[in-house]
Design a binder for this molecule. Structure first.
Ligand code: FO1
Length: 323
C-alpha cells in the first residue's frame, strides 16, 4: 500500500508522525509532498522551513514547543549577526539549524536540485517516509500589503513582502490584500510527485494551513490535475476545529482570501472531486455540527486533536476506512 500526503510544516510534521505510525501497522509506504513556498534566502543561505519542520519532526530532532527548528538549540550566530546589524534580524536562525542551511545551500550552489538535497539531508534524519519537495523550482509566497503613504496616489502604497516577514516579523497582523505564489506558473512538480499521486492507494491533505501551505502545492502546474485523476481517494483533514485553527494563524490567511474560518469553508476551498475540485472525503472534528455537509463530499466526524501519535494514527485510520 502507498499513501501520499500533501503537507506544510509544523502541522504537517505532527500529522505525518501519525501517518507513519498507521503505515507501520498496515505495512504501507508513505510519500510526503511538502510545501516549498515558505522557502526564503537570507544571510546567503536557502532556508526551507516546511521541509525542515517535517524532516526534524519525523527525525526526532524538532523542538517540541516551537514545532520548528531544532531541540536544544542555541542562538549565538543570530546574536552575532544582530551585533553586526545584519538584516533580517527577525528570523530565528538557530546554530544547529544553521548547519542544515549550510549543507543545503552548498549542494544547491553545486547544482543539485532541492529533491536531491532533501534526500541527502534525510540520510541523517531517517524520517521513515519519503520527503519530496512539491517542486525543485523557485516558488515563494509573497504577501501584498498596503500601507498609508501620503505621497502615493490614493494615499496608500502597495508592496509585496516575503511570507516569512509577514508571518514572523508582523505575526500576520499587517493587513494583507492577497498572497502571490511567485514562480507557480513555471514551477514543475519535483521528480516523483505526480507519479506518487497517480499510483497512491490514497492521498491525504494534511491539516496544514490551506491557504499558504496546501494551496501553493496545488498551484504547481500538474499537481492539481494529478489529484483529480488519482486512482485512490483524496481525503482531506480539516485544520479548523470549532471555527478556530488547530494551531498557527490560518484564520488570518483565510480572511485574506475571503474564506470562512470553518471546516466547511476550507472544504469549499478544496472543492469536491465530483465537481471539479479535489475532495472525495473530508474529516471534521467530532464536535462539529452533525449537519456539516459539503456537496459531493463524504463528511466524516472524528476527534481531530493530534494530541499524540496514536491519536493522529486514529485520525489516519478513520480517513482511510473504506466508504
Ligand atoms: N517561526 C517563527 O514564528 N519565528 C521564527 O523566528 C521562525 C524561524 C524559523 C527558522 C527555521 C524554520 O525552519 C522555521 C522557522 N519558523 C519561525 C517557522 C516558520 O516560519 C513556519 O513554520 C512556516 O514557515 C509557516 O508555516
Amino acid at each position: 500500500m502507498h499513501l501520499v500526503v500533501l503537507a506544510g510544516g509544523v502541522g504537517g510534521a505532527r500529522f505525518l508522525r501519525g501517518v507513519r505510525a498507521h503505515a507501520r501497522d498496515v505495512r504501507a509506504r508513505v510519500t510526503a509532498v511538502v510545501n516549498t513556498s515558505d522557502d526564503i534566502s537570507l544571510h546567503g543561505l536557502r532556508v526551507c522551513p516546511d521541509l525542515d519542520s517535517v524532516m526534524y519532526g519525523l527525525g526526532g530532532a524538532a523542538d517540541p514547543e516551537r514545532g520548528w527548528g531544532r531541540a536544544d538549540e542555541t542562538w549565538t550566530v543570530k546574536e552575532e549577526l544582530r551585533a553586526y546589524g545584519a538584516q533580517p534580524d527577525w528570523f530565528g536562525l538557530g546554530d544547529r539549524d544553521l548547519a542544515t542551511h549550510l549543507v543545503r545551500t552548498t549542494m544547491l550552489t553545486a547544482g543539485y536540485p532541492l529533491s536531491a538535497v532533501t534526500e541527502a539531508l534525510c540520510h541523517r534524519w531517517q524520517p521513515g517516509v519519503r520527503l519530496l519537495p512539491a517542486t525543485d523550482d523557485r516558488l515563494e509566497t509573497h504577501v501584498v500589503v498596503s500601507s498609508d503613504d501620503p505621497q502615493a496616489d490614493g494615499g496608500a502604497r502597495s508592496e509585496a513582502i516575503h511570507f516569512q516577514e509577514w508571518w514572523i516579523r508582523h505575526r500576520a497582523k499587517l493587513p494583507a490584500d492577497r498572497f502571490v505564489f511567485v514562480g507557480a506558473e513555471s514551477a514543475k512538480p519535483a521528480p516523483g510527485v505526480t507519479e506518487a499521486i497517480a499510483n497512491a492507494d490514497a492521498v491525504l491533505l494534511a491539516p496544514s494551513n490551506p491557504v499558504v501551505s496546501i494551496a501553493p502545492i496545488l498551484a504547481v502546474s500538474g499537481i492539481r490535475d494529478a489529484l483529480r485523476t488519482a486512482g485512490g481517494p483524496v481525503v482531506g483533514v480539516s485544520p479548523i476545529i470549532g471555527g478556530a485553527p488547530v494551531r498557527g494563524m490560518a484564520d488570518a490567511c483565510l480572511a485574506v482570501v475571503g474564506t470562512e474560518c470553518s471546516a466547511a469553508g476550507v472544504a469549499g476551498l478544496y472543492g469536491a472531486r465530483a465537481e471539479d475540485g479535489l475532495l472525495d472525503t473530508w474529516l471534521v472534528d467530532a464536535t462539529e455540527d452533525a449537519d456539516t455537509r459539503v456537496d459531493g463530499v463524504e463528511v466524516r466526524a472524528v476527534p481531530l486533536w493530534m494530541s499524540d501519535d496514536d491519536a493522529t494514527a486514529a485520525i489516519v485510520a478513520a480517513a482511510l476506512a473504506p466508504t
